[in-house]
Design a binder for this molecule. Structure first.
Ligand code: SF4
Ligand code: SF4
Length: 150
């Protein structure tokens, strides 16, 4: 994969937008849409199966369906295209753009303390950027591209 294609999937902080549930071109959204299509009008059957099979889980189907619709409908273009819909306090996107760095590990201030991330995310941010610096972006991406993000 070339640098532009990798950059479209990796945010400047290093998080993998490509595996985010909200990513428009991501696997989670695509598979959710496929599952929604495959299930068709299962809501009617879920009610019937709840009585027939005495399986209480079928009663939860409307909640599952709502959640599936949610996963299927999100369509974020990724951090390089628009502000993050999840980490609303993120300051990395605007900061990296102002400083003209494609990834934080290339910034003189890395690891800075004004990312806007919580403690958990900050630890990931630091670890990811250290790995990218050691291995190079292409090799790092190759290692993580098929791994779940969560
Ligand atoms: S910018 Fe945020 S919401 Fe959008 S794909 Fe990346 S992590 Fe997900
Ligand atoms: S100052 Fe911090 S957030 Fe901004 S580009 Fe540098 S490392 Fe990233």
């Amino acid at each position: 994969m070339n640098k532009d294609a990798i950059d479209a999937r990796l945010a400047p902080c290093g998080l993998h937008c490509g595996k985010c549930f909200a990513f428009a071109d991501g696997e989670i959204r695509r598979l959710s849409r496929e599952l929604r299509t495959a299930l068709g009008g299962f809501d009617i059957y879920a009610k019937r199966f709840a009585g027939m099979l005495e399986e209480p889980l079928f009663e939860k189907y409307p909640d599952f369906e709502r959640f599936l619709d949610y996963l299927a409908s999100n369509a974020c273009g990724g951090c390089r295209k628009e502000p993050c819909r999840l980490f609303r306090g993120c300051k990395v996107r605007s900061c990296s753009s102002r400083r003209g760095v494609d990834y934080c590990f290339r910034c003189d201030e890395f690891p800075c303390t004004h990312t806007g991330f919580d403690e958990h995310l900050y630890r990931r941010f630091v670890a990811i950027n250290h790995r990218m610096r050691e291995e190079g972006v292409e090799r790092y991406y190759d290692e993580i591209k098929d791994l779940p993000r969560y």
